[in-house]
Design a protein around this ligand. Structure first.
Ligand SMILES: [Zn+2]
Length: 138
């Protein structure tokens, strides 16, 4: 798996970041980038929780549930990388020639050639390639 590092240093622009509320769990939100281009390290939750009305104000009737802003401080979490899975693939069977001239061809070893003999063959190919390269230059 390869990763690509993307530097986006455009402070003030919008981006989508993922946060985790201790009550409501993970959520993503469109936020404004900080001065260094990163998203804010925490945001307040905008969900609501049902609380007992008597706990919120003195005139509240005990037992009456009412929505109250959650407002928990939610830290930034690293979101899962976008993984692209293929539904299927075609397996390449059989033999094929090396795709690149510098690609090692280890098929003779698989066919039973001793490794020392194969290395000698590779050295010979390298010498010939260098010889061709030197002839081109001169
Ligand atoms: Zn919350």
């Amino acid at each position: 798996m390869t990763f690509t590092i993307k530097l986006r240093l455009s402070p003030g622009s919008r981006m989508t970041a993922e946060y985790e509320c201790p009550v409501h769990g993970r959520f993503s939100r469109s936020v404004q980038r900080r001065f260094d281009g990163d998203p804010p390290i925490d945001v307040h939750c905008e969900q609501t929780v049902d609380v007992d009305a008597a706990a919120v104000w003195d005139g509240g009737v005990p037992g009456n549930r009412m929505p109250f802003p959650c407002d928990e401080l939610c830290p930034l979490v690293i979101s899962a990388p976008a993984v692209h899975m293929s539904i299927g693939y075609v397996a390449h069977t059989g033999r094929s020639d090396p795709h690149h001239p510098n690609q090692l061809d280890t098929r003779p070893i698989a066919d039973g050639m001793p490794v020392s003999e194969w290395r000698a063959l590779q050295d010979k190919k390298d010498r010939e390639a260098r010889w061709k390269q030197n002839r081109k230059v001169t």
